[in-house]
Design a protein around this ligand. Structure first.
Ligand code: ADP
Ligand code: GLC
Length: 481
């Protein structure tokens, strides 16, 4: 049994902007189930405190660090027995909205301070100096928001071991030298092997330089980030640490994403009753005002509307795609230019394209259940959860062969699908290649036997957290041995 402090800036269902939240909720649960003593450390954002109040929240400590008073609140992850400690400073708890940026989409100007103080709180807990009477064996950090934690811990002799998981290397947590100086970090940390990154400070480098073990969320992404193409300027650091870097594929929450029991969808179905899935499509067509017709293939997309997700590839082949008999259902939010382009498209083609801007969990489930084909043409994808949800729902994914997409989706010739063909894969991130893959998907859809076999393969895959949690256990053991 290990005591694990799991530091994260998001955890579903308390706060979520992307897949990190799903992982930060599922992995601690899986570790708890395997007998570990896990506590999640999370910022006390206003919306989190509101939700936590429903489950019950109590103040467990008050710290004074770097001239700031920090309250530690304790609650539970709703629907689980996992303890959550909330780092309560006004910069978190007195601000509505997105955890990282304001209503105009630009980063909160004090993000460096918010996540520095968060790291200071983690450091105090890790050293058992937070009046919690609990000292972890492992501090597991996630993404740039927690990058300073291993860097702060490195200053101490007696300290827990640290793991840093990269969910997305593209967000490096970059700030000026002036901010580095303001935070009072040790002078020698201003070094290219530590926090300095081409004249700026990078929070994520704290994790990459100082954590005992580095992980990322798929084996392919672990390989890719060691190359200049995917390394975001950090590939050198990662190559230097290749012996401490491993890829552990994420699992999914198999209870929440289960077409057989999903309460958010119109009709439940499973592998054996997959022919019932079509009722979810007609329900969605009705709900969205699209022509109701079982035979028209429906393509779905859900995600953050950012460059990573390949929205421009989707947009750039749209004219060709619209020559086919199909419907396209999109849910997402993000860059204003993508939102506008998608809205225009839906206005021009109301019978074929439906676009919903915003964040809507129930609707995400309905698209997974209702669509036939799921588009995920990401230009890079550390793991990706939506393709796994899609596979589980028998909604066959079309993906670019990168990161976790390459590791979970496999295309086989129609006459040799075997037991692992489960989707459609293209190998160059271009609109042409995406469109060619969509055409293969539409062709397969016209061959019911082929389609059924692909669905059976997809729906038989095991994406439970067990295997991944075991891998993390091995890593924890290796660094505490
Ligand atoms: P990323 O973390 O890069 O955004 P993932 O595929 O790992 O990508 O995870 C995205 C998660 O966020 C999924 O659970 C997906 O369903 C959810 N999601 C993204 N955008 C939306 C949205 N607009 N509405 C509802 N859920 C969304
Ligand atoms: C990131 C990545 C995504 C991954 C998620 C959870 O947001 O973009 O690919 O699935 O983290 O690890």
């Amino acid at each position: 049994m290990k005591k694990i402090l799991f530091a994260t800036s998001e955890a579903h269902p308390l706060i979520k902007t992307g897949g990190l939240a799903d992982v930060a909720s599922s992995l601690p649960r899986a570790l708890l189930k395997r007998g570990h003593d896990v506590k999640i450390l999370l910022p006390a954002y206003a919306s989190v405190v509101a939700k936590a109040n429903e489950a019950g929240v109590k103040k467990v400590a008050e710290l004074s660090l770097s001239g700031q008073t920090i309250n530690l609140l304790q609650t539970r992850l709703p629907g689980s027995r996992v303890t959550v400690i909330l780092v309560d400073i006004p910069q978190f708890s007195e601000r509505e909205g997105n955890p990282y940026c304001g209503p105009d989409g630009s980063d909160w100007s004090d993000n460096h301070w918010r996540f520095f103080v968060f790291a200071k709180a983690a450091e105090a807990i890790a050293l058992n100096q937070a009046n919690l009477d609990w000292q972890p064996d492992i501090v597991h950090c996630n993404d740039w928001q927690t990058g300073l934690i291993p860097a702060l811990l490195a200053q101490h002799e007696q300290k827990p071991a640290s793991v840093f998981t990269i969910h997305n290397l593209a967000y490096r947590g970059l700030f000026s030298y002036q901010i580095f100086a303001e935070l009072g970090l040790p002078n020698d940390y201003w070094h290219h092997e530590k926090l300095e990154f081409y004249g700026q400070m990078s929070f994520i480098k704290g994790g990459l330089a100082f954590a005992n073990a580095i992980t990322t969320v798929s084996q392919s992404y672990a390989n890719e980030i060691q190359t200049p193409e995917f390394g975001c300027g950090l590939d050198g650091v990662l190559r230097a640490r290749r012996d401490d870097l491993s890829g552990v594929l994420n699992g999914i929450n198999m209870d929440e994403w289960n077409p057989g029991a999903d309460k958010l969808i119109a009709h439940n179905y499973n592998r054996r009753t997959v022919n019932q899935k079509i009722k979810n499509k007609t329900a969605l067509q009705e709900q969205l005002g699209l022509p109701v017709n079982e035979a028209i293939p429906m393509l779905g997309f859900i995600g953050r509307l950012v460059d990573q997700k390949g929205i421009d590839l989707i947009l750039n082949q749209m004219n060709q795609l619209l020559t086919h008999d199909c419907q396209i259902v999109i849910l997402g939010s993000g860059f204003a230019s993508y939102e506008q382009a998608l809205k225009n498209l839906a206005q021009q083609h109301p019978k074929k394209v439906s676009v919903t801007l915003g964040y809507n969990e129930a609707f995400a489930h309905q698209i997974e259940a209702g669509a036939d084909i799921f588009l995920m043409p990401s230009v890079f994808e550390p793991c990706g959860l939506n393709q796994m949800y899609s596979l589980r729902y028998g909604t066959l994914p079309v993906v670019n062969a990168v990161g976790g997409l390459r590791d979970t989706v496999f295309e086989k010739p129609f006459d040799d699908i075997g037991s692992d063909g489960n989707g459609f894969v293209f190998h160059e991130a271009t609109a042409e290649d995406l469109h060619a893959a969509i055409k293969r998907a539409l062709a397969a859809y016209q061959q019911p036997e082929v389609w059924k076999q692909l669905q059976q393969n997809a729906m038989s895959q095991d994406f439970s957290w067990e295997k991944s949690a075991e891998r993390y256990e091995e890593i924890y053991s290796a660094i505490t041995a």
